[in-house]
Design a protein around this ligand. Structure first.
Ligand code: ADP
Ligand code: UDP
Length: 237
């Protein structure tokens, strides 16, 4: 598979076209950003860790019947994926209150959410990814009602699969963000699943093992991601 042009340089990944019109290469860079790109740093090994982490999670989800973009790992920091027509919304599920919901609703940090809650955000850094609802998605034609139903269904199924996976590794899946796209008439999981886009706490100590370490300047960011990978049995080479 030949890498061709840069289609997009995002905050953490670069997207390349390939000689197959249906496939893209995602290059996971070491760039780490927070606060809609206001804080940016290079963290050694992060691209490799997230690429391998994401590949493991996507393959686990495929095995459990979730349609994903994943085709194959190409190198330490590159993966071949299906080229999706991305839907510009972020799907967030929360099992425990943390981050923006605590600030917005004044609820207690660390409070268990039973049932888990669901939020949509518009993918737009300039507007700071505002929270939106299903009516916005419909009125502005970001997705159809059927696509909204499917994204929610897949996001909750993924919660069941991954909450158990992390629980068995002594971790709490606090919340996470997913992005979906269209491929041959189907809704498929795109982008990535890594500690950059979710919150993971040690089940006993509640120590943060995700991107909050970077947001809050706690240090040991990539080391924490590697610890999670180790507990899941992911080979980081
Ligand atoms: P951001 O867009 O937040 O800066 P990234 O650096 O991760 O994030 O950029 C990756 C870009 O590639 C995003 O715009 C994402 O929506 C897009 N993307 C991810 N997976 C796919 C895919 N399978 N097909 C097409 N576009 C994708
Ligand atoms: N998230 C993300 N990208 C975004 C916004 C959020 O990956 O642009 C993830 C974030 O890492 C967390 C979850 O989505 O796991 C919920 O994020 P929240 O709304 O609490 O925002 P935050 O306070 O993290 O900015």
């Amino acid at each position: 598979m030949k890498k061709q042009d840069v289609l997009k340089k995002g905050k953490a990944k670069t997207v390349y076209s390939t000689d197959d019109a249906d496939k893209l290469i995602l290059h996971f860079r070491n760039d780490t950003s927070a606060f809609d790109g206001e804080k940016i740093e290079q963290l050694a090994r992060k691209g490799m860790v997230n690429n391998r982490f994401n590949a493991f999670i996507m393959q686990t989800l495929e095995k459990a019947g979730i349609p994903t973009q994943f085709e194959k790992l190409l190198s330490d920091d590159e993966v071949l994926v299906k080229k999706l027509d991305m839907i510009p919304v972020e799907c967030v599920v929360r099992n425990i209150a943390a981050g923006s919901i605590v600030r917005r609703l004044g609820v207690k940090d660390g409070m268990e959410l039973n049932p888990p809650t669901f939020e949509f955000f518009l993918k737009n850094d300039a507007l700071h990814d505002p929270m939106i609802n299903e009516y916005h998605i419909r009125s502005f034609n970001w997705a159809t009602d059927a696509e909204v139903v499917r994204m929610k269904e897949l996001t909750f199924r993924i919660n069941d699969i991954l909450s158990k996976l992390f629980k068995d590794a002594g971790l709490l899946l606090v919340d996470y963000k997913l992005e979906f796209g269209r491929y041959r008439g189907e809704i498929i999981l795109g982008d990535e699943f890594s500690p950059d886009g979710c919150r993971l706490w040690d089940a006993r100590s509640r120590e943060k093992l995700d991107k909050d370490r970077f947001r809050q300047g706690l240090g040991g960011v990539v080391e924490a991601y590697e610890e999670v990978a180790r507990r899941l049995g992911i080979d980081l080479a």
